[in-house]
Design a protein around this ligand. Structure first.
Ligand code: GTP
Ligand code: MG
Length: 382
């Protein structure tokens, strides 16, 4: 090192005559804007900050399930205090519209929301925080409260996000009734779906749970566990995508942008397939197809989808010994299931699971037309 590159010792500056300039009374400097974000409690990163607003009994339980997973931007609204009380959420996150329930009549809940916009706004301010990437409304389409109160919740959520300079990305998780619930829930559902799809709401992601399939899949579950297990399946799988998209893989990462493309694509469906045998290409593609077709989300023609994410989580043995071409075949098989020209976002992660698992989300789907037809018939509309 040459001499003039050596650090120079700083010369001490001595101020012996200090003449202050007269600037009058200096205005107060405002404090840093208050940080009103609400921290989730996962202990690991997630890709997006997501808030959940549950409306009605089903919606409240779905939102509570997200709270149990570690999300903290959660609010629930009901017309029946008796449905709010059992939810394991702080009282500040619950909002009672009053009236003791809507008795499966959405017009009662709609009337109960009139003039309550500012109450909803305050609830969102108190419970959701201001740094949200998405907010998802959760509701049962066949009841009275969820079906009647969601339009006001949606309207105020959009305003809340806009005023907080957040993208107005609002999605929905909607539960369809079982056949044996009868005419009224079926009719409410048809009207609710029509409302959710009308105008330029662009609800995204739009997740449709079919309770007729829940009934079939959880038929051996005790009544005490029934809704908890069903809701947990829907919510924990969705959450897993949010978690995976924040993790780097030494192989192929499914990233935040990939997940955003799927969540912004409208109607989505997702499934998880454990793949015990992975010797031949069909072992992989068949497992993926079966689990997308046999889960509790409403059955949708997958060939209407235009984007998918497929993440393989490989146990040690699979990661170190299986042929890479099997995974490539799995990705390619999804491309063939979807609309021509579709995109499949890929992820391959080494995991602690003993087997191989495929987690798949498909987006840009049509509505579950066959199920809607059945519900129209039950509603006496066809
Ligand atoms: N997936 C799911 N569906 C549910 C759950 N609870 C109720 N449902 C379904 O939701 C519909 C009834 O909606 P509720 O949420 O109970 O009704 P509500 O919105 O509270 O309306 P009212 O009780 O009429 O005031 C039915 O079709 C049920 O099958 C749940 O926890 N999960
Ligand atoms: Mg209710």
């Amino acid at each position: 090192m040459v001499d003039d590159e050596l650090p120079q010792e700083e010369e001490e500056v001595v101020v012996d005559d200090f003449d202050a300039v007269d600037l009058g009374d200096l205005p107060d400097i405002p404090d840093e804007p208050e940080d009103s974000s609400i921290a989730d409690v996962f202990g690991y990163d997630v890709a997006f900050k997501i808030g959940f607003v549950g409306v009605g009994h089903a919606g409240g339980r779905l939102a509570e399930t997200y709270w149990k997973l570690g999300y903290r931007s959660v609010a629930v609204v009901n017309t029946a205090i008796q449905d709010l009380t059992p939810l394991k959420l702080p009282d500040a996150n619950k909002f009672d519209l009053g009236g003791g329930g809507a008795g499966k009549d959405p017009s009662i809940a709609l009337a109960a929301t009139e003039g309550r916009d500012e109450d909803f706004y305050d609830l969102f301010k108190r419970t959701l925080g201001d740094d949200l990437d998405y907010v998802i409304m959760c509701l049962g389409a066949g009841g009275g409260t969820g079906a009647g109160a969601w339009p006001a919740i949606h309207r105020v959520l959009v305003r809340y996000l806009e005023e907080n300079k957040r993208p107005a990305r609002v999605g929905a998780i909607v539960a369809l009734p079982k056949d044996d619930e009868g005419t009224r829930p079926a009719r409410n559902t048809i009207e609710t779906l029509a409302g959710l799809m009308s105008g330029h709401k662009n609800l995204s992601p739009f997740i449709i749970v079919d309770n007729e399939r829940v009934k079939a899949i959880f038929r051996k579950t005790s009544p005490a566990q029934f809704w908890a297990q069903c809701n947990n399946q829907v919510c924990s799988l969705f959450h897993l995508f949010n978690r995976i998209a924040a993790q780097d893989s030494p192989h192929t990462s499914f990233d935040r942008q990939d997940l955003a493309s799927l969540l912004d694509g409208g109607v989505v469906s997702y499934g998880a397939a454990p793949i015990k045998e992975y010797k031949t290409p069909p072992d992989i593609s068949k497992a993926i197809r079966q689990h997308l077709a046999g889960n509790i989300l409403a059955s949708i023609d997958l060939s209407t989808g235009d984007k998918a994410g497929c993440v393989f989580v490989c146990g040690k043995e699979a990661y170190s010994s299986m042929d890479q071409e099997l995974l490539d075949h799995g990705f390619a098989s999804l491309n063939r299931i979807l609309k021509a020209g579709s995109t499949v976002f890929r992820g391959v992660y080494p995991g602690n699971n003993p087997d191989l698992r495929a987690y798949t989300m498909i987006s840009g789907l049509d509505l579950p037309r066959t199920r809607i037809k059945e519900l129209r018939r039950i509603a006496g509309l066809d």
